[in-house]
Write a protein that binds this ligand. Structure first.
Ligand code: NIG
Ligand code: FE
Length: 413
């Protein structure tokens, strides 16, 4: 047998070979590692995993030398706002003067400023721009991402954003899982009429389903945007129509979206900075995954981070994401988020690696295909310029990726 590719001289191989399902609570401390390992790939699939000594006698068309360093599954980023027009650097001065994020939105800026730019952009422009950002994510070791709409808030633009994500999923090595976030803000046309706007967004689900444009539906549950009750009703209707649901909950004000999300069986609750003790308890008991976004807390500069330690102690499954977007978290760098998780969320390196692989995959319903290096799975693999798994959460602000393999193909080095 001749393999297509052998990756050898792996000092530390993070196989992430846990049991079924997301990793919860105390179990997040356990990191399955193989030392002195090698991987053989055939037809895009991991065909063999063994020791370096065994690998020496195997044949392959190509060999990659990991140089005794760290190798992990391709990272999964489970919460991004990948497709949008324009950027918001002009809001930096307002931020510096202390104008709150929700106040900028209230004045018609923030998300609504990006809505204006996204409505104006052509599909080709949005595609080129999203590709630029996705290339960057790949360079940081990400092989699967979730991508939300939510900068259209009208039929044409929301569908345009979702078509761009679908197109990019076909063209780009990184796999994209799409989420419809039409309920991201209330557009000027519906000012003061949130219910009517939510109804209009629910109508889009037929087109979305027909053209297979999204798997998930999400909503921004926040002061001045949508209430917990509105969010619950909206997400339940989306569930009835067969969509999986997620929610931006308790990001800025603690409204109680966390426990509501668990109560309705959301696949994930995202942000959760203001989650109450009841919300945290609910995460520990239910099946909703906590998607934490410390880059957003850092960038909103409020000095408050999600209670990751409390969630893990309660038995929750925690994951991490960039929240890449033009307002509250303009970064494609998931490695930086791993540093923030270490410093600000006090997560251990083992918890962090479990978060950005297995748990992130489960947060976007890809637990059975992404996030692990096991025989029979697609070969999504990152070779790191790092001696061990402690190193990346520690050495911050630079890119440690040495090479990325997606479905068995070397797509970055
Ligand atoms: O996850 N909070 C709502 N949505 C994004 C920010 C979007 C924006 O500011 O453009 C978030 O923080
Ligand atoms: Fe977000």
């Amino acid at each position: 047998m001749t393999y297509d590719l052998i990756i050898e001289h792996i000092g530390e191989l993070l196989t992430m070979e846990h049991g079924e399902g997301p990793i919860r609570g105390e179990d997040m401390k356990h990191l399955p590692v193989k030392k002195n390992a090698a991987i053989a790939i055939k037809d895009g699939i991991i065909a063999w995993i063994g020791t370096q000594e065994e690998a020496a006698s195997l044949h392959a068309k190509e060999r990659m030398d990991a140089g005794g360093k760290l190798v992990s599954p391709g990272l999964v980023d489970p919460h991004t706002h990948l497709v949008f027009g324009g950027s918001r650097e002009h809001e930096m001065a307002l931020k510096q003067q202390g104008v709150p994020y929700l106040e900028i939105l209230k004045q018609g800026g923030g998300i609504l400023s990006t809505v204006g730019a996204t409505r104006q952009a052509t599909e080709e422009e949005l595609l080129a721009k999203a590709k630029f950002h996705l290339d960057r994510m790949l360079s940081y070791g990400v092989t699967t991402v979730e991508a939300k709409s939510g900068y259209g808030l009208d039929k044409d633009t929301e569908l345009k954003q979702l078509r761009v994500a679908k197109q990019l999923n076909h063209e780009h090595p990184v796999e994209i899982v799409s989420t419809f976030l039409g309920a991201h803000a209330i557009p000027p046309e519906y000012k003061g009429e949130p219910e009517a706007f939510l109804d209009a967004m629910l109508h889009l689900l037929e087109d979305i389903e027909k053209d297979e444009l999204a798997e998930f539906v999400d909503i921004f549950c926040e002061t001045g945007v949508f209430s917990v009750e509105q969010s619950r009703a909206f997400l339940l209707k989306a569930k009835e129509k067969g969509f999986s649901v997620k929610i931006h909950a308790d990001e800025i004000d603690p409204l109680g979206g966390t426990e509501m999300a668990v109560g309705i069986g959301a696949v994930s609750g995202d942000h959760l900075v203001g989650a109450s003790p009841e919300g945290i308890k609910a995460l520990g008991e239910g099946n909703t995954i906590a998607v934490l976004l410390p880059g957003t807390s850092f960038y909103l500069n409020k000095g408050k981070y999600a209670n990751a330690r409390g969630m893990i102690e309660a038995g929750a499954a925690v994951t991490l994401s960039t929240d890449f977007n033009p307002g509250s978290s303009p970064t494609e760098n998931l490695q930086l988020i791993m540093n923030l998780a270490s410093l600000q969320l006090k997560m251990t390196p083992e918890e962090i690696w479990n978060s950005v692989t297995v748990n992130a995959a489960h947060a976007i319903n890809r637990g059975d295909v992404a996030g692990k290096i096991v025989v029979g799975r697609k070969a999504d693999i990152v070779l790191w310029d790092a001696p061990n798994h402690h190193y990346i959460p520690y050495h911050y602000g630079v890119n440690h990726t040495a090479a990325v393999v997606k479905s068995g193909r070397v797509v970055y080095r």
